[in-house]
Write a protein that binds this ligand. Structure first.
Ligand code: SF4
Length: 324
């Protein structure tokens, strides 16, 4: 993968952006006391450039309104965010463990209302005991329930995975179909699950609108929609189809590691200069670093801790060794 590094460091560095914004504010205040209007306008423009776009929206209710950004500007900003995230998460991938489409399908169904980590701890026993759709279709539900108990909602999930296995065995010759319209007919399989399978097991572009995706695209003002299908359509229209699968991974990885639901780590966020919701979370860089989460799959090149270079650069990590 080619790691792009064509962005200005100041824009990537929320700490630097903050300092720059602070500095230009002082300049603007001084000039307002009696310098020519042209200088005041220049200082104002510099401050606007350095600060995150429409930054204070969450705290004071002013800030970005959906109508204040042109369609072209929105498309450019959205694609820029995706490019920046691609640098931060060059190895983003589905965090569910799987070896074939059947395992990915089952694991994705099991991941509802629980963590991928929990699913990954559960599925080895399930697939060792029932390696094929035919095996799982013929399983004793009580045995499957016992295996799936740690995933929560284990009775409903047992019904779903046995039901979809029966359908695969009866209607698709024991193979997972590679078409959206077939996948969504399987018990317990919605569009989100179908797109995960299509994108990651069949290489067909799809947008995965999970809870992280919904939260982040609203924070970024990519769409005002709240219905997952409408979000999928709105965000899909901002990107070429070929970007959809990796875009989904980038957004979800960012939501899991930095832009959390309750305490987004804005002060350590590499896309802060592009985010209208900057300030919704902790903006102090040192406090924000403590909010970063890496335990689920770790950071590129490291399992448990972020690379020091990432933190030193205020967000953007150096490419891992061996990266092209
Ligand atoms: S962490 Fe803060 S600045 Fe970064 S994307 Fe989330 S809301 Fe925006």
């Amino acid at each position: 993968m080619v790691v792009r590094r064509d962005s200005a460091v100041g824009e990537q560095d929320p700490v630097g952006a903050k300092k720059a914004a602070k500095g230009t504010k002082v300049t603007a205040a001084k000039t307002s006391a009696g310098t020519p209007a042209r200088k005041r306008a220049a200082a104002g423009a510099a401050a606007k450039k350095a600060a995150p776009p429409q930054a204070p929206s969450a705290k004071n209710g002013s800030g970005h309104s959906p109508g204040s950004e042109s369609r072209t500007a929105l498309v450019r900003r959205a694609r820029r965010i995706n490019r920046e995230l691609a640098e931060v998460y060059p190895y983003a991938h589905p965090e569910l463990d799987f070896e074939n489409p059947f395992q990915l399908l089952v694991a994705t169904v099991l991941s509802a209302q629980t963590t991928d980590l929990r699913v990954n701890q559960t599925t080895p026993a399930l697939f060792a005991r029932y390696p094929t759709p035919e095996d799982l279709a013929a399983a004793d539900p009580e045995e499957v329930e016992e295996i799936l108990r740690p995933c929560g909602f284990f009775r409903a999930k047992t019904r779903s995975v046995i039901g979809l296995s029966k359908a695969l065995a009866a209607e698709f010759g024991g193979e997972v179909p590679g078409r959206l319209e077939d996948l969504v007919k399987l018990p317990g399989v919605g569009r989100k699950t179908a797109f995960v399978v299509l994108g990651n097991a069949f290489g067909r572009p799809g947008i995965t609108v999970d809870t992280h995706f919904q939260r982040l695209v609203r924070r970024w003002r990519w769409t005002e929609e709240t219905d997952p299908d409408k979000i999928e359509a709105a965000v899909g229209a901002l990107f070429p189809k070929s970007d959809w699968t990796m875009l989904s991974h980038h957004v979800i990885w960012h939501g899991r590691r930095i832009c959390h639901a309750r305490k987004p780590a804005c002060g350590a966020c590499p896309i802060a200069p592009l985010c209208p919701a900057f300030g919704e979370g902790e903006t102090d860089p040192e406090k924000a670093k403590k909010l970063l989460k890496y335990e689920k799959g770790g950071f590129p090149g490291q399992r448990l801790k972020p690379p020091q270079a990432y933190l030193d650069a205020g967000g953007i990590p150096a490419p891992p060794l061996g990266a092209a």
